[in-house]
Structures are given as structure tokens and as C-alpha cells.
Design a protein around this ligand. Structure first.
Ligand SMILES: NC(=O)c1ccc[n+]([C@@H]2O[C@H](COP(=O)([O-])OP(=O)(O)OC[C@H]3O[C@@H](n4cnc5c(N)ncnc54)[C@H](OP(=O)(O)O)[C@@H]3O)[C@@H](O)[C@H]2O)c1
Length: 168
């Protein structure tokens, strides 16, 4: 789900106080409950065709072309992507990184591919933030280890609504 943000008129230009989140109809309420300011239903509205302009897009899906995304990002803005199209079986998300590198010199906006570097300190931080209620997680399904294959099939299907847990 891409998250798109607009900074508020504040003295601190680094403080993002308004965001828009893109989700399907069935996920709208879940995303609102997680704290989204405004939600765009992608089955009814294409956010790349609207008149709104954004300072930052965080693309968690990777199904949109950079050229579509940049249309709605301010020239000084950034597009951060964590994912790539699932259509290129050979290159996978690499196809998106290669395209990004090739386009970057010709695009004013900043293009960033973010890769998580998850280690114990990060997981401890997430656990603390959850305990303090600063971070919420949605668990969609739980599978026993013996059904790990089914869990992976479900994730690869691309429609899991949150985390999928495999328990030993
Ligand atoms: N860079 C990294 O370090 C890193 C680390 C982990 C994961 N990833 C990537 O991050 C992505 C997100 O992972 P995930 O675990 O959340 O799984 P995911 O399978 O990509 O996300 C599934 C969710 O996205 C929704 N969705 C599908 N198409 C959408 C669209 N066009 N707009 C908005 N929402 C859409 C689905 O609901 P509907 O089908 O109802 O729309 C479902 O709720 C994956 O592509 C994964 O490869 C990157």
C-alpha cells in the first residue's frame, strides 16, 4: 500500500502531519483503524491521475510505473519504493532497481529503493514501540510449521491483509 504524505504548514518542514494511504475497498476500515488520515480506494480512484501533489510517496506495492508516480510528486519530493512488480520472474524486484538507476539522472525527484536491514536491535525497538502503543500490527492468519508451504502460497498470492505467522 503506498503511503503518500503532504507536510503541514508548520515551521518544521520535516514534520509530516498529513498522509494519504491507498488501499482496496475491503481494507479501507483496517487502514483507517491503523491511523491513516485519508484513504484512497484504488478500485475507484487512481491517485496518479488526481490534482493533488505530494512531497513523499512510499510505495509498498511496486505495481506502478515511476513515470506515473512522479506526475504527482513535487519536483523537490521523493519516491521511496520497497517493492517491485511481481511480473518479472527472472529479475524480480531487481527489475525495479535497474529501471530506477536508469531513470534517476533524468528525473528531478529523488528515487530511493529501501531495503530493510532487520536485526535484533530493530526487532527490540519494534517490540518496545508495540508495548508503548506507538506501533500497531495486523495479524491476518496463523499457520503451524507443518503448513509453512500453505502460508508461503498465501503470502505470494499478494492479498494477505497484514502479517502471516508460522508457529513451531
Ligand atoms: N525492501 C524490503 O526490505 C522489503 C522487506 C519486506 C517486504 N518487502 C516487500 O514489501 C511488499 C509488501 O509486503 P507485504 O508483506 O505487505 O505483502 P503484499 O503481498 O505486497 O501486500 C498485500 C496487501 O497489499 C494490498 N494491495 C495489493 N495491491 C495493492 C495496491 N495496488 N494498492 C494498495 N494496496 C494493495 C493487498 O490487499 P488487496 O489485494 O485487497 O488490495 C494486501 O492487503 C512486498 O512486495 C514485499 O516484497 C520489501
Amino acid at each position: 500500500m503506498p503511503f503518500i504524505c503532504r507536510p503541514a504548514p508548520t515551521d518544521n518542514p520535516r514534520r509530516f502531519v498529513q498522509s494519504r494511504t491507498v488501499a482496496s475497498t475491503r481494507n479501507l476500515e483496517m487502514v483507517r483503524a491503523l491511523g491513516a488520515d485519508h484513504v484512497i480506494d484504488y478500485t475507484r480512484e487512481d491517485f496518479t491521475q488526481g490534482t493533488a501533489r505530494y512531497d513523499l510517496i512510499i510505495d509498498n506495492v511496486g505495481n506502478r510505473d515511476f513515470l506515473d508516480l512522479r506526475r504527482v510528486v513535487d519536483p523537490q519530493g521523493s519516491i521511496v519504493t520497497v517493492s517491485g512488480p511481481k511480473t518479472n520472474a527472472f529479475l524480480g524486484p531487481l527489475s525495479r532497481i535497474i529501471k530506477m538507476k536508469m531513470l534517476a539522472p533524468f528525473i528531478e525527484q529523488r528515487l530511493v529503493f529501501f531495503v530493510a536491514n532487520i536485526g535484533a536491535p530493530d526487532l527490540e525497538l519494534f517490540a518496545r514501540m508495540m508495548e508503548e502503543g506507538k506501533l500497531k500490527s495486523v495479524i491476518d492468519r496463523r499457520y503451524p510449521l507443518a503448513q509453512a508451504g500453505a502460508a508461503l502460497d498465501y503470502i505470494v498470492g499478494g492479498h494477505a491483509r497484514g502479517k502471516v505467522i508460522v508457529t513451531p
